[in-house]
Design a binder for this molecule. Structure first.
Ligand SMILES: Nc1ncnc2c1ncn2[C@@H]1O[C@H](COP(=O)(O)OP(=O)(O)O)[C@@H](O)[C@H]1O
Ligand SMILES: Nc1ccn([C@@H]2O[C@H](COP(=O)(O)O)[C@@H](O)[C@H]2O)c(=O)n1
Length: 517
């Protein structure tokens, strides 16, 4: 299967069943990623939709093959997903399933598909929102109870016999393709494939073909070839695939952005106000008590042992998490004490709450959050700088259920965790990701040890004025350097790999490395 040859899959699926049937069903969706560069501008707004290709053609004409070859030849294009129309077969009744097993159910009529759902999922993905895609089993002739979470593709390839049939689908495509194949070849391929992969008999395939597949091809599928921008042959089609990939790559290059550098030279002054009123601030700094300064002195000291570093980071993380908890709304709650007296107290007035950690330097803050919210679900985002361009790349998304589902995300409060805000590029990408999922800006509380005074904080504030940032210290400097300059022999200081990075000064060094190495 191509998925196994591809680089790391990019998903955060809740149910990872190992049954071969649901594994087979999941082949309907294939995904590969090389990391997604910024898809938004300095104001935090998405500036480019995903590029969507719709591939139609007869059954076994080679649509999936074409889609997979495009993925292969796209090479390093950030994140590509293949979405099959099969995922959108409607729920079938027991009766319909019995008919299907007797080859008496028409899967080739447009009404067999949930087109509005297909178009809605595609529209969400195109607009950079998440979607939870149904999973279909050919063996059971049924939609399964699981869904597949998808988010963040910059190229989406949909394929299916009816991919060009529905006007609402056609409106979403940037490129429409029809795979034209000889009927005999399609039938021969279908027999081979359905017997091998879909558990069918030769007689069954022929019966279904003559009764439903061929008439539907003539009536519904072939006529849609007139909508195609490109007609691709069903065999010997490498030239056509090359042309398509070249076109897509060109489109993707036009959309590329240069982000991190622009964010590095800004000022915090606009958002840090010289008063103590949390409501006006979006940066909330812990009171600079001698006790807190003592903790930072230990953490900043390059001579601090790893054991002490971990101890003090954990302590500080708890302070920060408690401070962040102050920003939640609270409602009145009356309880009875063990002395049987009524007590009028408070409790958080939130429907859902979770943490999201930016891997891997957000990790040290997780323990602190778990100390104040013992059963909190914590997801993660992997954002890394591109070695060549320095731009942030979104490499991995693993979010809790209360964010993955839009209807829950709007009522979810999120503690976003990262060790420091330097250029702000990672924070920016993480916040945009949460907003794409439907989390409300004022429900995001960024928790961090350090903020760079002349870093990207001002750009963050301008783009996301309602996001609040809880930190323990604001440092003066942000400087671009080579990581190898910071390679030292001391305990826990091995982070030289020759890449250019922005560092906060005086700072605490690479917090994640000092904590984990
Ligand atoms: N260009 C091609 N050259 C050789 N075999 C192909 C080609 N395209 C498709 N096939 C084979 O034909 C069968 C059906 O192709 P597939 O892409 O699954 O069709 P569809 O998605 O249109 O139903 C598969 O076994 C596949 O390997
Ligand atoms: N339970 C099902 C559902 C669909 N089919 C057939 O699949 C064909 C579409 O898939 P392709 O990969 O061939 O495009 C379609 O022609 C349906 O007849 C099925 O056999 N069983």
């Amino acid at each position: 299967m191509l998925g196994e040859e591809l680089p790391k899959l990019y998903d955060a699926e809740e149910h990872r069943s190992n049954s071969s049937q649901s594994f087979q069903a999941r082949k309907n969706i294939l995904l590969k990623t090389h990391g997604r560069p910024p898809w938004y501008d300095e104001d935090g707004l998405p500036v480019c939709d995903a590029f969507v290709i719709g591939i139609a053609g007869g059954s076994a004409s080679g649509k999936t093959h074409v889609a997979r070859q495009i993925v292969k030849s796209l090479g390093s294009v950030p994140t590509v997903v293949i979405l099959s129309q099969d995922s959108f077969y409607k729920y079938h009744t027991e009766e319909e399933i019995a008919l299907a097993h007797a080859n008496r159910f028409d899967f080739d009529h447009p009404d067999a598909l949930d087109m509005p759902m297909f178009a809605a999922c595609l529209a969400d993905l195109k607009a950079c929102r998440q979607s939870n895609i149904p999973v279909y089993s050919f063996a059971e002739h049924q939609r399964l109870d699981e869904t597949k979470y998808l988010y963040g593709a910059s190229v989406i390839i949909t394929e299916g016999i009816m991919a060009l049939h529905d006007p609402s689908l056609r409106a979403l495509y940037d490129l429409k393709v029809f795979v034209q194949c000889d009927s005999d070849l399609m039938l021969a391929r279908r027999i081979q494939r359905d017997v091998k992969e879909r558990g069918r008999s030769v007689e069954g395939v022929l019966e279904q073909y003559l009764r439903y597949v061929k008439p539907a091809f003539d009536n519904f599928v072939l006529p849609t070839s007139r909508y195609a921008d490109i007609v691709v042959p069903g065999s010997n089609n490498s030239v056509a695939i090359d042309l398509i990939s070249t076109h897509v790559r060109r489109q993707m290059n036009e959309r590329a952005r240069h982000f991190r550098k622009n964010m590095a030279c800004t000022s915090i002054d606009k958002c840090l106000k010289p008063n103590d009123n949390h409501e006006d601030w979006n940066v909330i700094v812990l009171p600079q008590t001698p006790q807190l300064k003592g903790i930072y002195t230990t953490l900043r000291n390059e001579k601090t042992s790893r054991q002490d570093f971990i101890f003090f980071v954990d302590r500080l993380a708890t302070f920060l998490a408690e401070k962040a908890m102050e920003l939640l709304p609270y409602r009145d709650k009356v309880i009875t004490t063990p002395t049987e007296t009524a007590y009028s107290g408070k409790e958080p007035d939130v429907k859902h709450i979770c943490g999201v950690s930016i891997i891997r330097s957000g990790g040290p803050l997780e323990k602190g959050l778990q100390r104040v919210l013992s059963d909190v679900a914590i997801g993660s985002l992997l954002v890394q700088s591109d070695a060549k361009t320095g731009e942030p790349l979104l490499l991995h998304v693993m979010l809790p259920k209360c964010i993955r589902h839009r209807r829950l995300a709007v009522d979810t409060w999120v503690f976003l965790l990262d060790a420091q805000i330097g250029t702000g590029a990672s924070a920016f990408m993480a916040i945009r990701t949460l907003l794409d999922h439907g989390v409300q800006q004022d429900h995001i509380i960024f928790v961090t040890f350090l903020v760079a005074h002349n870093g990207g904080i001002s750009v963050l504030h301008k783009a996301f004025p309602k996001v609040r940032i809880v930190c323990g210290a604001v440092d003066e400097g942000l400087r671009e350097t080579w990581l190898e300059h910071y390679h030292s022999e001391g305990e826990g200081h091995h982070y030289g790999d020759g890449r250019k990075v922005w560092i906060v000064e005086p700072g605490m060094g690479q917090i994640g490395d000092r904590y984990y190495l």
